[in-house]
Design a binder for this molecule. Structure first.
Ligand code: SAH
Length: 219
């Protein structure tokens, strides 16, 4: 079935516009990020039963004990990722619902995304197909190892939290590239930005965040 992208009631454009206003009030400035999020139907990335809550600024369950990230966090991480030099090729670890992937796909040339839970990946793939987002490549694997075949990446975004930054992801960053990643235990995580200059890595610690953990292996 072709889903209705305009939506009605709680999934309408007006509801989405209100979310964008809230994101701006919270300090999101990148007009490209805001424009993409204003357009993109987040309600099609959650179960129908939750569609009416899709434009609240909150994380929502997507099954398999995982969540679709809060819109503010998606906007903030995307904004950080795009800062500075232009980004063409981006790697995402943790496809989940595919919402963050879809946002990126409208802002950069090519998106590679890795997910360890096959049913989530398959649902996301179907959504990209329906929405004709055809610059996204998906891989079913443990993203701690990145996706070496397509490296290096201009930017890497991780949407689940490891206790430490996986070395392999640093290796797959292009010179001048940027990694945006939540790091820490479930009790205490912070968002980090790591910039690669030659073989030096410069790390900045930002906001406290709360992500599902990065887990090893694939299912
Ligand atoms: N960006 C997604 C976030 C989903 S939650 C969204 O907004 O929908 C984080 C996702 O990371 C989950 O789907 C989880 O299965 C996945 N994940 C956790 N550890 C992983 C790993 N080692 N490799 C790849 N994906 C992983």
């Amino acid at each position: 079935m072709i889903a209705d992208h305009r939506g009605i009631g709680m999934t309408s454009q007006r509801t989405r516009d209100r979310l964008i206003m809230r994101l701006q009030e919270q300090g999101i400035k990148n007009s490209h990020v805001l424009a993409v999020m204003r357009e993109l139907p987040r309600h099609l990335f959650v179960d129908e039963a939750l569609a009416s809550r899709a434009y609240e600024d909150t994380a929502l369950p997507i099954g398999h004990s995982q969540t679709i990230s809060q819109p503010y966090i998606v906007a903030r991480m995307t904004e950080l990722l795009l800062e500075g030099t232009p980004k063409t090729k981006v790697l995402e670890v943790g496809t989940g619902s595919g919402y963050q992937t879809a946002v990126l796909s409208r802002l950069v040339e090519r998106v590679f995304s890795v997910e360890r839970i096959a049913p989530l990946q398959n649902q996301a793939r179907e959504r990209f197909y329906q929405m004709k987002l055809n610059n996204i490549r998906l891989k079913h694997s443990d993203g701690s190892w990145g996706w070496p075949e397509n490296a290096p990446y201009d930017a890497i975004i991780v949407t689940c939290a490891p206790e430490q930054v996986p070395e392999e992801l640093l290796r797959q960053l292009a010179p001048g590239g940027r990694l945006v990643i939540p790091v820490g235990s479930s009790a205490s995580q912070s968002l980090r930005v790591i910039d690669r200059n030659g073989n030096k890595f410069e790390q900045t610690e930002l906001d406290p965040v709360s992500f599902v953990p990065l887990l090893s292996g694939q299912i």
